[in-house]
Ligand binder design. Structure first.
Ligand SMILES: [Zn+2]
Length: 70
């Protein structure tokens, strides 16, 4: 997976991400510091506004949990 593809998937699927995409994106993030940094900044923003956002960004939290676990 290329960075452009990973970023596109993340940006377009914040609400609900297909399982196979989730694994692909997660695998990419483990090997790509650029996309990992991108998601870090995205996570900070989202987590900051989590209280006022509708619960439609579960993908990001799932991905965050997957990255921080272990
Ligand atoms: Zn990347």
């Amino acid at each position: 997976m290329r960075c452009r593809e990973a970023v596109k998937i993340i940006a377009e699927n914040l609400g609900a991400l297909d399982g196979r995409y989730f694994e692909a994106v997660r695998a990419h993030l483990q090997t790509c510091s650029n996309c990992s940094a991108y998601l870090d900044s995205l996570e900070k923003t989202v987590l900051l506004y989590r209280r006022i956002l509708p619960p439609t960004i579960n993908f990001l939290f799932d991905l965050h949990a997957a990255r921080t676990a272990g």
